[in-house]
Design a protein. Structure first.
Length: 539
């Protein structure tokens, strides 16, 4: 079973947003490169069952796994770095832990005992961590603890780390990520916040094995020794993590700092001979030395938020590198687009992507942007709501169905070209009830999508309640908007493509969730290629 599995915990101190997800992903990548199989899990201390009902202002992008879990966006990094699929088991919140414990209590599983944080909650956390180890698929399970040590919410998680470290001995190691700030006035790097953060962890009974120091400047000689001395670790176990040009540099930086070797040492794991990072290095090289660049608009309503549309951005990074081109993603607020200014706002773009989303805000601007892309033959990719808006735009401006809409925005529309799915109608709960996860899609062999994927049957992840209304399929097709992909089980239109256009694709699913460094998503690769060609022709 999980006898030989090693468990690595990653905690954070001093501040949030130091990049625990990227450090975890980078470590996973390095261990993989040495031949180990690795999975990464995130424990989130908030009480929501999952982030599915959180709005992007609260929590950035909601990432969807193949098995239909709505999860933290860090899981996107895990998949992009490791090219290994995650699942519901890879993201657990306090809410879910409590829900499981309370369900067991109601079933009478704890009969006669008082249900408490220790041991019942911590045992449930432990069970969730070990579940991945027990699959027999992994040599290492890396578990990232969300939040910052010292937070009230994360106490039960840190307590679980303490217990597991005690139980597992050398099969468990803890990495603590902290900040070493640079004080300009003093001209110095400061280690005190790290010392305090490690003390907080020690108060909870956890001695970190490795301290990763996030810093804007190189750690000068003596700093590592100082941190080591104050925090009970060897200087080799103090790892510098300098701000990087791109997140994809971090595995290589961690290799230089020997983070992977430290982990192998701490877990008594023999160091394998080989290390295979050639593909990764080639990718980073392409990323840093493009032959050209191309401008693509990302039209959506959360443009000011860095963490919204995270996976779309990264998919452009992958798709760009594959084309040896830098993709400059210009985020354009859909609420500000009108028929008067659309030409001005989009004139320098060689491609237009309309983002996924919910609700009415910014819909008119999205539709205008799509009209502009369709009429001017600019490469267009519509994702989920973006695809639905493309159907609405086509109905109104090509089929002249005035007032055509999605019943999400206008329940009284005379032409419901996008309508609620039959099995969604009776649902009352919002959480976890959308059409979620991977579904089959059969491609039309005479489509752009087929050309991009190179296969007839694909599987892509979904997150929506509305769908293309099949009553309009025929008239769409007759007028040049083709159903290029169909879900064979339920006969749902998953892709629409415009015939007399160089590259116009709307997808009901989310291709951005499955793009990885190893396998850039074919639609993004093809879309970027089309944008490059468009720019060439325009010149
Ligand atoms: N709001 C739309 C629906 O629920 C689209 C969702 C999305 O873009 N993810 O169908």
């Amino acid at each position: 079973m999980d006898k030989n599995v090693k468990y690595i915990f990653v905690t954070g101190g001093v501040s949030s947003s130091l990049g625990k997800g990227i450090i975890s992903s980078s470590l996973a990548k390095l261990l993989q490169a040495r031949g180990f199989s690795v999975t990464i899990q995130k424990l989130d201390p908030y009480i929501n069952i999952d982030p599915g009902t959180l709005n992007p202002y609260e929590h950035g992008e909601c990432y969807v796994t193949e098995d239909g879990a709505e999860t933290d966006l860090d899981l996107g990094h895990y998949e992009r770095f490791s090219n290994t699929r995650t699942s519901q088991a890879n993201n657990i919140t306090t809410g879910r832990i409590y829900q499981n414990v309370i369900n067991k209590e109601r079933k009478g599983e704890y009969l006669g005992t008082t249900v408490q944080v220790i041991p019942h909650i911590t045992n449930e956390i432990k069970r969730s961590v070990k579940l991945l180890g027990q699959t027999g698929k992994y040599d290492f399970v890396i578990t990232e603890i969300g939040g910052t040590v010292g937070d009230i919410e994360s106490f039960p998680f840190v307590e679980t780390v303490r217990q597991m470290k005690w139980e597992l001995g050398s099969r468990c190691a803890v990495i603590h990520l902290t900040l070493v700030p640079y004080l300009h006035a003093a001209g110095e790097l400061k280690t005190k916040p790290t010392q305090h953060s490690v003390k907080t962890l020690l108060e909870q009974g956890v001695q970190p094995d490795i301290i990763v120091c996030r810093t804007e400047h190189p750690l000068y000689p003596g700093i590592k020794q100082k941190i080591a001395q104050f925090c009970n670790v060897k200087p080799d176990a103090v790892i510098e993590s300098r701000d990087a040009e791109t997140i994809y540099d971090v595995p290589l930086m961690m290799l230089d700092e020997k983070l992977d070797l430290e982990i192998l040492k701490k877990t008594d794991t023999p160091v394998p001979d080989h290390l295979d990072l050639e593909n990764w290095k080639n990718f980073v090289n392409n990323l840093k030395h493009p032959n050209g660049e191309v401008n693509i608009a990302l039209v959506g309503k959360y443009v000011e938020l860095k963490d919204a549309y995270k996976s779309i951005n990264e998919s452009f990074v992958h798709g760009g590198a594959m084309n040896q081109t830098r993709v400059n993603v210009h985020r354009i607020q859909s609420e500000n687009i009108t028929d008067k200014n659309v030409a001005d706002k989009l004139k320098d773009m060689s491609g237009i992507l309309v983002a996924p989303g919910f609700g009415n805000r910014g819909i008119d601007g999205k539709i205008e942007a799509i009209r502009f892309a369709r009429e001017n033959k600019i490469p267009f990719l519509g994702i989920c709501l973006g695809m639905q808006c493309a159907a609405i735009e086509f109905s109104r401006n090509v089929l002249h169905l005035e007032g055509a809409h999605s019943t999400e925005m206008d329940p009284e529309t005379p032409y419901p070209v996008i309508d609620i799915m039959e099995n969604q109608k009776k649902l009352k709960n919002l959480g976890g009830t959308m059409r979620l996860g991977a579904y089959n899609c059969r491609l039309n062999p005479k489509s752009i999508s087929f050309e991009a994927y190179g296969s007839k049957l694909i599987r892509e992840r979904h997150r929506h309640r509305y769908e293309f209304n099949n009553e309009y399929r025929k008239v769409f097709e007759e007028n040049g908007m083709l159903p290029a992909g169909i879900n064979p089980e339920e006969d749902l239109v998953e892709i629409i493509e415009l015939k007399n256009h160089p590259w116009f694709v709307g997808v009901q699913f989310h291709p951005e969730y499955s793009s990885t460094v190893k396998r850039p998503h074919p639609l993004f690769v093809s879309f970027v290629k089309a944008a490059i060609e468009y720019r060439k022709d325009k010149r």
